[in-house]
Design a protein around this ligand. Sequence first.
Ligand code: GLN
Ligand code: ZN
Length: 718
Amino acid sequence: MKTYAYGFPRIGKQREFKKLVEGYWSKRVSEEELFSGIGEIERKREKTYRKYVDAFPEGEMTLYDPMLDTAITFGVYKVGSLNDYFELCRGKRALEMTKWFNTNYHYLVPDFEERVPNFSIEKPIWDRHEKAKKNVYLIGPFTFLKLSKGLKREFFEGALKELTGLYIEYMNSKNFLSVHLDDPALVLELSKEDWKLIEEVYQVFSYAKCSVNLFTYYDSVDRLELLFNLPVDGIGIDLVHDRGENLKQLEKIDREGKILYAGIVDGRNVWRVNPFKIRSFVEKLGENIVLTNAAPLFHLPVSIESSSLPDELKAKISFAEERLKELNLTANIEERESEVKEWIKGLTLPFGRNEEVRKRVSLLKEDDFERKPSYEERVKVQKEVLKLPLFPTTTIGSFPQTEEIRRIRLLYRKGLLSKEDYETFIRGEISKAIQIQEDLGLDVLVHGEFERTDMVEFFAEKLEGIATTGNGWVISYGTRCYRPPIIYGDVSRRAPMTIKEVSFAQSLTEKPVKGMLTGPVTIISWSYVREDIPIREVAYQIALALKDEIEDYEKTGIKVVQIDEPAIRERAPIKKRLWNEYFEWAIKSFRLCHSSVKPETQIHTHMCYSEFSEIMDYILDMDFDVISIEASRSKGDIIKAFEEVNFNRQIGLGVWDIHSPYIPSVDEMREIVDRALRVIPKENFWINPDCGLKTRRWEEVIPALRNLVTLARNLRSN
Ligand code: GLN
Ligand code: ZN
């Protein structure tokens, strides 16, 4: 049996990619050093591939993002220098960034600006295909166009025809032996017209001189047979996250000698597979099978070798390199039987079980998900207790994570600073932040989240049943990385997690201080999650821990609590037909957190930029009192989604785009409010920034918040 793999992480074991590219940005690395460094990383990756699998694509490396590279190769953006290139990534001409399907990777969105596309083949400033000949990596033309923006409907068909034609020209002129086309948009719920178009346009692959292999992943293909009828040599499918749908179709398809790239090791989650089991599974698939990963491997850290996980857990998981090993073991199972046995030894060992939590979840009743009294009732009590003015002002939670904070935290983590000294330092920062907010005249204050590195990792460290990896970096966009924790066992709260800091902040002021929590869906979405129990149970376990935390807030006199759920929209399944099932547990887990609070406790939630229009009913069902959302990027366009429903909750539309250092004037912020007030009654309107302020500097935060408070005061007085 042959093996194939793709999408191996580009970050490098020691984050070499990040260091190199950021080194170039800060002029410590020359252009020449950048190119040779990237070449070096690429060679290392290929060496790893070669160690385990028979074949892999070449030219997968990018300096920032492969969607942008595709746009440049086919003339959507003209780029004359490396600086031009990075301008499109992070400079003044920066393209919009969006989540890549329902993953945590963000790609740069090519923009056709409503014009007729005009493609051409261009030599990129850094040509990732220069040395590639054998099997070359490209993003498929359908996915490229589907994920771009500003392409008018009436131009789509022509654009797809022209672009696919150019792909053929490109492939033929370069004399590639074969190409790997990544076409994950083929797993979307596509219209009849889209399928017809794919069927028609992709016929031109018969003009390719090289072999063409089309890869789909992240879900099932609704019309798999159509793909197998295209004039291509092989089709890659996801047999892990397809709920058996790909498999069911496969049984009826005559593949006529086409290769099936059977994606059987998970590219998105870390649980180790049993090669014996997958081997017997693939043997039933017939002839012409190549074993591969089910999704690109860059959603996983490079290797478990360097992570600081406990051994019992290490024995149960695989990162990217271990996935390659699993392919190899499965393909060569006869010769390597003893190794395989060794590989699966840790799989059945019990680890992380907590009977008490399980019992608590099993005893949950419908009532436990229901907050009483109704919003209309409790809002009256909250008004009396909180005594907030019209257009109350607040922030989303974090304040600047300065150089100094990061330095002190590092000292503490390295054991060079005692716990007491660290906590004294944090209290000092909180005091300063409270004073600043008092001086500015904000209405609902926050403690500033100085003690947190990351809104998920922080809770992962505090909760039983979740492990952090230490060095398990994954790219979220460009050179930006994060370390997803691993939810491996039953989740419970060892002790209060945030009470000390928040109640200290509350002790310094008469104004209400908001308690700040990350919600269950976001903790789940930005972690690797166990699969041995239903996901809803994992969510409820986390929710119960948060519920206890909120009850502790109430005991210490905290009257406002925010449960952040920025990931709720992005976690929604690719197939909309699965949305009801997903939102049901997602919403119930949120409600479980706050269902038992007193009527006077005001529950907030925060979501970052999301496509809200289709999910308004779900959002309302979360039964919060106040929601803050990002709005300034769309100049308040987001308000359209609120026009269509009866949104009888309070809402804070972000009036300041915190992703940019620009300080908006009172008038600029006012524009967003004026527009929103046509839809939202003024009694329900809050004034706040778009998102947390941890990446901003105090020099930006103070004047911007001053304008924000002035805006609220102006609004109140007329
Ligand atoms: N409370 C978090 C913060 O302010 C929210 C961050 C987020 O929405 N991503 O940092
Ligand atoms: Zn946000």
